[in-house]
Design a protein around this ligand. Structure first.
Ligand code: SAM
Length: 402
């Protein structure tokens, strides 16, 4: 970005008020106590057919959200607070206003995607990260073109991420995470190329105005290297990656995400969530191999021999049984759990999501139900081993009553 000497906060205000405005963020203090807000996110929204500016202000404890039809006064006041960094995205350019501790102000502008986006059109596509308008983060991720169009090869991933983020949004308030009074800590397990990690960081911080730090972990060095390179090109803090097994992630996560963590990596992610006391777990399992090798039409399950005669039926049964054990085990550990189709199968065949929220009292029937399922199949599921002693302790009253 080239600094342009004649620019001023007025140019930033004009960009936010313009028809091409996409989003803005205000963050960082130039001096202690200069601003009541740690961070402010602004975006256009349409309410009853009228364009408004949604201003989400985070004071370090909670977020205050206002929808304003005439935001000029509020924005002028915000600019007067002299945040260290103000970043504005429009459909045609990126503006970056920097203020030093001594009060020196610089504005940099860079031409960006030029596809104009009708607000009404975007509202119709009511998804967390809409297409049709420039988004620097999604562009750096290689999902959108500079003009805001989804690259054809990225359509499936783009849709998966949007649907995943919808689930995250819906679960935030019920799990008590919307106004926690501190930034959220989010762990993405088996992050791969980190599309979900980066998108979730962007969505929470820049669009919802919910402060969150994200850590993506993966055992593949190459994907972590690529993720770090991508994140380095983006503004904003609190996005980190580590090359390590999921089970070694030492982070007190409030939210644990896992999108297609292979085979037993999903069990690792769920166990990690339980160890952290994560309030919310969203996990989309991928290939299920471990239990497939163990399942047999024997004992109480002998009548299921016809199901095991056909490879594809056996495979699908193993998938369903594995996820049933996982959901049941989370219930034993005090989570309210359900399993949903988070996206239509045309975008991924692996489209079941285990949604779990840590809640109140432990269901008294959960342990008995788990043991009955295990006795029926005569297997020792991986999730049980990963949860270890804490899980065994919950089953003990069922196994050794009295
Ligand atoms: C199918 S990819 C999914 C990547 C990403 N979440 C996505 O949906 O685009 C699964 C990733 O999990 C990683 N993985 C598998 N087992 C793991 C483990 N035990 N710990 C950390 N990462 C693991 C793999 O290296 C791979 O990058």
């Amino acid at each position: 970005m080239k600094p342009t000497p004649t620019d001023s906060p007025a140019a930033v205000l004009a960009a936010i008020l313009s028809d091409s405005f996409v989003r803005a963020s205000f963050a960082g203090a130039t001096r202690a106590g200069a601003s009541p807000w740690e961070r402010v996110a602004v975006r256009p929204v349409e309410l009853q057919g009228v364009k408004h500016w949604q201003v989400a202000s985070f004071d370090g404890r909670k977020t205050q959200t206002k929808n304003l039809a005439d935001p000029a006064g509020v924005l002028t006041d915000l600019l007067a607070l002299q945040f260290a960094g103000v970043h504005v995205t429009t459909t045609t350019e990126e503006l970056d206003l920097r203020t030093t501790k001594k009060g020196a102000v610089t504005l940099s502008r860079q031409a960006a995607g030029s596809a104009p986006a009708e607000l009404t059109h975007n509202r119709l596509k009511d998804v967390p990260l809409p297409e049709g308008r420039a988004d620097r983060v999604l562009e750096v991720m290689g999902i959108l073109t500079a003009g805001g169009q989804v690259k054809p090869t990225m359509r499936a991933k783009y849709t998966q991420i949007n649907e995943f983020l919808k689930q995250l949004t819906h679960a935030l308030a019920p799990s008590g995470l919307r106004d926690l009074g501190r930034p959220l800590t989010v762990l993405d397990c088996g992050c791969g190329a980190s599309y979900l990690t980066i998108a979730a960081h962007h969505y929470l911080n820049d669009i919802l105005g919910v402060r969150a730090t994200l850590l993506g972990v993966d055992i593949n060095e190459e994907v972590i290297r690529k993720s770090v390179t991508r994140a380095d090109k983006l503004p904003g803090a609190g996005l980190t990656f580590a090359c390590q097994p999921i089970g070694a992630a030492d982070v007190p996560a409030d939210i644990v995400l896992a999108l297609h963590a292979c085979d037993t990596a999903t069990d690792d992610a769920l166990a990690q969530a339980v160890r952290s006391g994560a309030r919310l777990v969203l996990s989309v399992p991928c290939c299920h191999h471990a239990l497939n090798a163990e399942l047999a039409a024997a004992g109480p399950a002998a009548a299921l021999a016809p199901l095991f005669r056909h490879g594809i039926l056996r495979e699908r049964t193993a998938d369903l049984v594995t996820d049933a054990f996982r959901a049941a085990a989370l219930r034993v550990m005090g989570y309210r759990t359900d399993v949903v189709e988070f996206v239509s199968p045309e975008h991924t065949a692996r489209n079941l999501m285990i949604r779990a929220t840590l809640g109140g009292s432990v269901n008294p029937d959960a342990a008995a139900e788990y043991v009955a399922l295990r006795d029926f199949w005569g297997v020792a599921p991986t999730i049980e081993r990963r949860l270890g002693e804490a899980f065994a302790a919950r089953l003990k009253p069922v196994l050794t009553p009295g």
